[in-house]
Design a protein around this ligand. Sequence first.
Ligand code: C2E
Ligand code: MG
Ligand code: MG
Ligand code: MG
Length: 271
Amino acid sequence: RWARQDGFGPALFDPVRADEERRRHHLAAEMPAALTRGEFTLYYQPLLRLADRAVIGVEALARWSRPGDGLVMPLHFIPVAERTGLIRPLGRHLLELACRRGAAEPGLLISVNLSPVQLRDPGLVASVADILHRTGLPAARLQLEITETAETLHHRPALAGLAALGIRLALDDFGTGYSSLAVLATLPFTEAKLAGEFLRDTRRRDVLGHIIDTCHALGMTVTAEGIETPEQERLLRELGCDHGQGYHLGRPRAGLPHSVPLAASDRTDSR
Ligand code: C2E
Ligand code: MG
Ligand code: MG
Ligand code: MG
């Protein structure tokens, strides 16, 4: 057999895969200059408190405004940046953008995604502290979202260092990985973000209430991601889920939402 056993490169020539590989190399080569030119920006998606629909914060989502190619989505370039190592300077740039934007918006929680590769960087905690200091965003208004992977759980010192800064830590895409609740309970996460799959997969939907209760018992707040319908919003509110995010509640946009948390009397219940 000619198939390679090392897991690298195509086993046999596969034109689709070769094309994909070429595109990735192309993007990888272009990214450092694109970063210098300021082509990486953020969109912001509102995070709502389900009890009264007040906007309590935003999740910052990376976009690459690539001349001649429109807006490139993060799933196309974040994995590339993780492989080349550019994720470190890119991540710092995006974090700084988000904090600077958030500093001008009193009361708003700014939630930024952090790659597991950044978590491995021994300079991470110092660089987050430096960005908070330079932008003037209070630590309590910054949340870092870390996807639930097997690796995440091995970075206890980094997680503890970040928590010690006074920022919040969210476990992103919770329910797609393999962490046991027993392990989670020993890590300094303040919030669990339930993956949208919980809403779409009926078998998981059955355990939704239990998951929310367990997260609460572990001292975490819960955000449901991927809320696309009024029925999903109602169900989650009934189950006591704290916060929600999804196309039904607000799409990612270039600007911050009009974000001053609504007073109960100003609330619009129509939607
Ligand atoms: P994520 O952190 O889980 O972010 C949520 C993703 O779900 C976003 O996709 C958002 O646009 C999308 N989404 C929001 N509401 C809905 C909904 O109702 N239905 C569905 N189907 N999707 C919804 P996006 O912006 O394409 O980002 C994809 C992923 O890329 C993110 O998933 C995150 O893991 C990663 N990412 C995005 N920005 C950054 C970044 O600045 N740094 C790092 N390291 N990763 C990032
Ligand atoms: Mg996220
Ligand atoms: Mg994520
Ligand atoms: Mg997520």
